[in-house]
Ligand binder design. Structure first.
Ligand code: MTE
Length: 315
């Protein structure tokens, strides 16, 4: 059994402030869709209106690097959630009314105490605010005040066995409520982390944003946030978490194997096959900025990886 002590976890100061897939044509669709969406302009957003979440008339909130928070209307108005639609500025509209109660997250696999958590069970975990940068593989970024709790707290409850080396996550498959599931992608959306990445204190299970409950378009009722990796690793509306021995095959690895890999650690020096990752479009502001190694979290996470000169960590 792997005992998870808080002391093994990165200290608080590092985060505070803050089906074998179809045909070649389908693969191409998968590969191009993410980027096609990227080329579109996001909503043009200025300061929040008074009364809007994030509107703080006397104080501008930033992350620990001084980046301004992305206004709520962009966080909740410009989204990637392919189960609903590929149109980033329509996800909120298509997902509106998504019923997420009752909801359960089944946690199992290589654990001594498998458990199914319902929404009430999840309330045992104290929620804190963490301001995280989110860098999408499509070269845009946001700074988001998430509400949530570290994943290691939940994993500790189920007691992973010594055979567990990876964690596999799965998003809900709800054909009645999610019209995007008609698109030819390798559903369900599956993601994975190595166990030490999953246990890292920065890895957050998110239940809210801007101090309020997570809206459907952002992954209600519970999603992941892994801030040093491209946003595609941060899957939404989680229904299953399994501790496994072998590296899980992810949605994007299956959909576009030449373009998306398992690790997806942010690195400005390793371009995506079709675009540079050196800079990013700052959503909510009319500018680009330089992309940081591990999205600015290198001090906290670089030692999880050996031989950082090897490209395999980044794609
Ligand atoms: N999770 C699911 N289930 N489906 C998705 O399409 N898109 C990913 C990730 N999680 C996605 C997902 C991508 S590419 C990004 S950048 C982030 O969600 C976007 O999160 P946001 O819409 O809350 O900003």
């Amino acid at each position: 059994m792997v005992k998870i002590n808080s002391s093994e976890i990165t200290p608080e100061h590092v985060y505070l402030s803050r089906r074998r897939f179809m045909t070649g044509a389908a693969k191409l669709l998968a590969g191009t869709a993410l980027f096609a969406a990227c080329g579109r302009r996001g909503p043009s957003v200025e300061a929040p209106e008074p009364g809007e979440p994030g509107a703080t008339p006397t104080e501008v909130r930033t992350d620990e690097l001084g980046n301004m928070l992305t206004p709520y209307r962009s966080v909740a108005g410009f989204n990637n959630y392919y189960e609903f639609t590929l149109e980033q500025d329509r996800v909120a509209e298509v997902a509106m009314g998504f019923v997420t109660s009752p909801w359960t997250v089944e946690v199992g696999g290589l654990v001594d105490k498998p458990k199914t958590f319902d929404l009430d069970d999840l309330q045992q975990f104290d929620v804190e605010e963490r301001i995280y940068r989110m860098r999408c593989v499509e070269a845009w970024s946001m700074v988001i005040p998430w509400m949530g709790f570290p994943l290691w707290r939940l994993l500790r409850e189920v007691e992973p066995t010594s055979q567990a080396r990876y964690v596999r996550f799965e998003t809900v498959l709800d054909e009645l409520q999610m019209p995007g599931l008609r698109e030819p992608f390798p559903w369900p959306y599956v993601e994975g982390l190595r166990l030490d990445e999953a246990l890292h204190d920065l890895t957050l299970l998110v239940t809210g944003v801007y101090g309020r409950r997570l809206p459907p378009q952002n992954g209600a009722p519970i999603r992941l946030a892994v801030p040093w990796k491209y946003g595609l690793k941060s899957l939404k509306s989680i229904v299953r978490i399994d501790l496994v021995a072998d590296r899980p095959k992810t949605f994007w690895e299956t959909a576009g194997p030449r373009e998306y890999g398992f690790w997806a650690n942010v690195n400005p020096e390793v371009p995506h096959p079709r675009w540079s990752q050196a800079t990013e479009r700052v959503i909510g502001e009319n500018r680009r900025k330089e992309t940081l190694f591990f999205n600015g979290y290198a001090d906290a996470v670089a030692d999880l990886y050996d031989d950082l000169s090897s490209e395999h960590w980044y794609r």
